[in-house]
Design a protein around this ligand. Structure first.
Ligand code: AMP
Ligand code: MG
Length: 273
């Protein structure tokens, strides 16, 4: 019955071999088929909407959701479907692109820290500081002796955020190389998707195995109790949406939030005509 998100969670000390994790699998889902999976999402959307309102009303806690994946891994679609219906006042998406000259003139966490959520907010990172040990590593944008130290920086940075009151969840959407090919082809074939096609994405595709290795290192070195990674098999979009919704919902439920106490004497107030 219940979807145990711990089945997807990377525990500190786990060894990760991504080729062992079936990208088409649907762990913890005990429904029948795709139709049933799609039907489950609106119910989850409503639960998330209520929890987000509570987080916002309470105004004391913050949630950071980091999403990483290969190109066409479904980051944008996940944000769209999982957060459908939430009040945009309290939810923000921060997308991290190729750094600008100004960003490159600073340390790699500079642009990231300024985007973390404040009290009552949910911020979704569409890509993140993890690019600085993924693309930066594989494309050799900085020397190895620099990016290698970043795993420790990142663990410490996230620990600081958590100690200061930010709840962090990190999601890796795991797709297969075949699935990526289909999705990139779709971007070529459908005029309304052409805008998403970037020839530059073919570079990382040709280095698929290097990226998988870099992701494995990220998952092994930076999944902590305070800022855990979840590996979500993501070839099936309906499953991906359910799994990510469950992770976000169950994390919010664990925060034991309350609406702020009402002002005293509300029962005696009469609204004037
Ligand atoms: P998209 O998410 O499709 O808009 O693409 C954003 C692009 O920015 C991807 O190719 C990322 O690899 C790239 N990118 C994001 N962060 C960095 C970074 N720190 N260094 C270099 N490239 C980055
Ligand atoms: Mg892209």
């Amino acid at each position: 019955m219940a979807f145990d998100i711990n089945a997807l969670r990377v525990k500190p000390g786990d060894k990760i071999d991504l080729s062992d994790i079936d990208t088409r699998s649907t762990p913890e889902w005990d429904g029948d088929d795709k139709d049933e999976g799609k039907a489950a999402l609106p119910v989850l959307n409503e639960r998330l909407e209520a929890l987000q309102e509570l987080l916002y009303a309470e105004g004391k806690q913050r949630l950071l959701v980091v999403i990483q994946a290969m190109d066409a891994g479904g980051k944008d679609g996940t944000v769209r479907h999982v957060f459908e219906g939430v009040n945009p006042t309290g939810v923000r998406v921060a997308s991290f692109k190729r750094p600008t000259d100004e960003e490159l003139a600073h340390d790699y966490l500079w642009r990231v820290h300024s985007q973390v959520p404040g009290n009552g907010e949910i911020t979704i990172f569409n890509r993140s500081h993890y690019e600085d040990v993924l693309v930066v590593r594989v494309a050799e944008l900085v020397p190895e002796n620099r990016w290698k130290k970043r795993f420790d920086h990142i663990v410490n940075f996230e620990e600081m955020l958590a100690d200061e009151g930010t709840t962090i969840i990190k999601i890796f959407l795991h797709i297969s190389k075949d699935e990526q090919k289909e999705r990139l082809q779709d971007r070529l074939d459908r005029p309304e998707k052409n805008w998403k096609f970037e020839e530059g994405d073919l570079g990382p595709r040709s280095q698929w195995d290097d990226y998988q290795k870099a992701f494995e290192d990220v998952l092994e070195k930076t999944s902590t109790d305070q800022a855990p990674w979840y590996v979500v098999p993501a070839d099936r979009k309906w499953y991906r949406n359910i799994a990510v919704s469950e992770i976000v919902i169950q994390t919010l439920e664990s925060l034991n939030m309350d609406f702020p106490p009402p002002e005293g004497g509300l029962d005696k107030i009469v609204i004037p005509d």
